[in-house]
Design a protein around this ligand. Structure first.
Ligand SMILES: Nc1ncnc2c1ncn2[C@@H]1O[C@H](COP(=O)(O)OP(=O)(O)O)[C@@H](O)[C@H]1O
Ligand SMILES: [Mg+2]
Length: 312
């Protein structure tokens, strides 16, 4: 079974999506793994980053996005088909045509990213989630929808990465329900780290209430500016803040990943699908930052995460 990781922070703009997309690219196109990205955010940033606008619009028109799965349950329709909704061969680093992908023998080793697209329509769904319990006579929890309908397809993947909106509402809880771990991407400043205690307590509570396996894998520092004194102080303060945040939970304090993701132009543009990129270093930047090529931070982060997951 795959490793399932959710990307959580109550603050927007802290690089949850950028980190999820770069890790998906790294696992797929550097480590040749099969990756599924589930986009739970109505803002559809991960979907657009990995599919581009044209393929996303096709999915939305076909009625095959995550929003449609919830709408089916709310409206009593049966239009959503998980097998059709997952778009194969995503990312502008992919070089294998999706049709060809389907024909490759099962033992051919190649990496790929598949995406379960999101839709802006998830915003409407969000407020009606409680109705799912009523409509299914309480046989299906609103938090367990993704688990029930998408979970059975996880077997094909090495990693499932879940990009979450900046809240802990029902839709995000669908992500927590299926996850083995969560990562907290954060800029090392007050506003971005402010919600960490709340994340730690709420997820701890859900873990106990709903008997979930999810644990915090670690904190990833993002968009780091080495010339910012605020960031330097933030980084120094983070271990104690994190300790305090998890002291009130049943979990031990998670690690802060040693790989600190720097603020770079390449990362800022990495979620623009339409940009032509030849390969991984071109996409994530080959210019030097803090003594190494920018793209290497992504490689190091993926290695560290694999180590934390106890894999080679
Ligand atoms: N390492 C980075 N360097 C520069 N810009 C970045 C970096 N990581 C993310 N960004 C930019 O910051 C903004 C927020 O990132 P995003 O991944 O969308 O955050 P979130 O998903 O947490 O809302 C985006 O414009 C993105 O391009
Ligand atoms: Mg995002």
């Amino acid at each position: 079974m795959p490793r399932v990781i959710s990307f959580i922070n109550l603050k927007g703009g802290v690089a949850k999506t950028t980190t999820a997309v770069q890790l998906a690219d790294t696992f797929a196109f550097v480590h040749r793994k099969k990756v599924l990205v589930i986009d739970l955010d109505p803002q559809t940033n991960a979907t657009l980053a990995l599919l581009g606008e044209r393929r996303w619009e096709e999915a939305d028109e076909r009625g095959q996005t995550l929003a449609h799965l919830f709408l089916d349950l709310l409206n009593g329709t049966r239009l959503f088909d998980p097998g059709k909704a997952i778009v194969r061969g995503a990312s502008n680093l992919n070089t294998v045509p999706p049709d060809l992908m389907e024909q490759l023998p099962a033992d051919v080793q190649y990496g790929r990213v598949d995406v379960l697209p999101s839709s802006i329509r998830l915003i409407d769904v969000q407020d009606r989630m409680q109705d799912i319990a009523n409509r299914t006579n309480y046989s299906l929890s609103p938090m367990a929808v993704v688990q029930k309908y998408i979970g059975p397809l996880f077997g094909q993947y090495d990693y499932v990465l879940v990009d979450c909106p900046p809240n802990l509402g029902f839709i995000t809880q669908n992500g927590l329900e299926i996850s083995d771990h969560y990562l907290i991407p954060t800029i090392p400043d007050r506003l971005s780290t402010y919600g960490i205690p709340q994340i730690a307590s709420k997820i701890d509570e859900l873990r106990r209430d709903r008997d979930l396996k999810i644990q915090c894998l670690g904190v990833v520092v993002t968009k780091f500016q080495s010339n910012s004194s605020q960031h330097k102080f933030g980084l120094q303060r983070l271990p104690d803040d994190l300790k305090a945040a998890f002291a009130r939970t049943t979990e031990k304090t998670p690690p802060i990943l040693q790989t600190v993701m720097p603020q770079t132009n390449a990362s800022a543009e990495a979620t623009v699908f339409e940009r032509e990129v030849r390969n991984y270093p071109a996409k994530y930047g080959s210019g030097q930052v803090g003594g190494k090529a920018a793209y290497r931070y992504g490689l190091d982060l993926a290695d560290e995460i694999q180590q934390l997951l106890g894999q080679e």
